[in-house]
Design a protein around this ligand. Structure first.
Ligand code: BYC
Length: 472
């Protein structure tokens, strides 16, 4: 690899130039990453110039530099949030001890698994989204897709940095394996369920950004509390980027709802398919799907894994340090939703065992906030319809509800009722074919597909009609 200056190529604030061993590991990994990116990254646009944001340092001036870049030339960097002087472990059995700067030997395996699970989701999402470019509803949206993709690539770098810098040979092997698994592959799938689903169209993409990236926010926020300081600092910086992905999801859906409502009002009908838009009932079915697969990402309601991660000081709660309890939780309880025969009830469970459910509760509350904004758009058009999150037991594959069928409004139902009704609740083949039929590329600057309203403003102060991707 003579001739490539990796220190220049990899913007970083981890003193890469002084850490020869790490630099060598990354020099070996980087060409494999690029090969993976070319094979599995955005299809058909590798040579195009895209108006992207690149982080070149963690300070206010450096974390968001905008300019045209060809994606394979994107400078994927390694950034940790600034260290907090005297930081301690804030929860669990080691509460009050200095935060670890090196991997605590007794927790090496568990910590590695947590980091690998997090890392695996990042390339998975790029793989899931690789064909969306050719059906973009506008250049603005195309650019946002690619921004999300390169940042997921950077998040992979972030986890690979931790593995290579702190886990020796095991870490390097895991870094390679992260490039070998493939989303949806029967033989070598990605680790978590939602990351093996397809993202075949832009409605799915926006909902993935809304629901699944939001799981990312909550998981990263919990890992940002970690007593293992390098992981905490890495995740804190990743969260700044995650916010943009959720913005893409929330505003993308808001714009779809806006366009649907405009057409409903103009033509005085619910059936806007006739006018080439997405009807609210279809949008609701897609919400039900993406919400339910994302709820699975929090794991089982009652989990000894989660209790161990916490007790060991590796993964905290959302906003752990803002909570005023003892941060050990040995005697505390938490209310958990569970199945009692064919009824859904709540029960007090040991707080330590309920940490997945508690994080899911934080997540659901956050999800509801965006829905309220979409519902406000509907209301402002004088339309009597409310989008809702499905009940947390609906269409679940992980946890207490995996064994039963639950309706979106939270009733345990028979297989027969499920068979009769599920097409009202989840996207049907007909829905998928219809949504696919709308996916025609619109690539003239400032123009938008008929099924989505333009955004309120452009990126980085640029006008909406800016040439966000140079296709010529
Ligand atoms: N699919 O006690 P349990 C993001 C496994 S998204 C498949 O219930 P635990 C992003 C589990 O591994 C955030 N398997 O759960 C978003 C365990 O297996 P073992 C990603 C699953 O361990 C968009 C068994 O079931 N980050 O960043 O407490 C774009 C019983 O486990 C699933 C993280 O997830 C599933 N859904 O919690 C790009 C953070 N759920 O041990 C990026 C790191 C559970 O029996 N990961 N299992 O072999 C974790 O904290 C935990 O691993 C989980 C699971 C919360 C995922």
């Amino acid at each position: 690899m003579a001739g490539i200056d990796y220190v220049e190529q990899i913007p970083n604030n981890v003193n890469l130039n002084e850490n020869r061993r790490l630099l060598r590991a990354l020099e070996e990994w980087q060409p494999k990453f690029l090969e993976w990116w070319k094979d599995m990254g955005p299809h058909g646009y590798q040579a195009k110039e895209v108006y992207l944001r690149t982080a070149i340092s963690v300070d206010a001036q450096g974390w968001a530099k905008f300019g045209y870049v060809r994606m394979p030339e994107y400078r994927w960097g390694i950034f940790l949030a600034e260290p907090e002087a005297g930081r301690q472990i804030n929860f669990g059995d080691h509460q009050g001890s200095p935060a670890w700067q090196e991997v605590p030997g007794e927790y090496r395996g568990v910590l590695r698994r947590l980091i690998v699970t997090q890392g695996d989701t990042e390339p998975a999402s790029v793989e899931q989204q690789r064909h969306l470019g050719r059906t973009c509803p506008s250049l603005y949206d195309l650019r946002n897709l690619f921004q999300v993709n390169v940042e997921e690539g950077r998040h992979l770098w972030a986890m690979v940095y931790i593995l290579d810098a702190h886990f020796g040979r095991d870490g390097r092997e895991e870094s390679e394996a992260l490039l070998q698994r493939r989303s949806g592959d029967a033989d070598k799938p990605r680790i978590l369920g939602a990351f093996n689903e397809k993202t075949p169209d832009w409605l799915s993409f926006f909902l993935f950004c809304y629901f699944t990236d939001r799981d990312g926010k909550y998981q990263l926020a919990s890992l940002a509390e970690s007593g293992f300081d390098p992981l905490s600092r890495t995740c804190r910086f990743m969260l700044t980027e995650e916010a943009h992905h959720m913005f893409v999801g929330e505003t993308g859906m808001g714009r779809i709802v806006q366009r649907t409502c405009e057409l409903m009002r103009e033509h005085k009908t619910d059936d806007v398919r006739k006018f080439g838009a997405l009807d609210l009932a279809t949008i609701q079915r897609y919400i039900n799907f993406h919400c339910s697969v994302s709820l699975d990402l929090f794991g089982s309601e009652v989990s000894t894994n989660a209790a161990n991660f916490y007790t060991m000081g590796l993964k905290g709660r959302f906003e752990e340090t803002k909570k005023t309890d003892d941060h050990r939780l040995k005697d505390a309880t938490y209310s958990v939703t569970e199945l009692d025969g064919d009824r859904i009830t709540t029960r007090e469970e040991a707080a330590l065992l309920s940490l997945n459910e508690r994080l899911r509760d934080d997540y659901v509350a956050d999800c509801n906030r965006g829905l309220a904004r979409w519902n406000q758009i509907i209301k402002s058009h004088g339309i009597d319809f409310e989008l809702r999150l499905p009940h947390r037991g609906f269409h679940r594959a992980i946890g207490a509800f995996a064994e039963v069928k639950v309706s979106p409004d939270g009733r345990v139902i028979s297989e027969a009722e499920w068979d009769a009704k599920h097409h009202e609740w989840l996207p049907t083949e007909d829905d998928k074919a219809y949504v696919a039929s709308l996916m025609r590329p619109v690539t003239e600057p400032g123009k938008f597909a008929n099924w989505i309203a333009p955004p309120a403003r452009g990126i980085n102060g640029q006008p909406v009609e800016f040439e966000y991707v140079r296709l010529a």
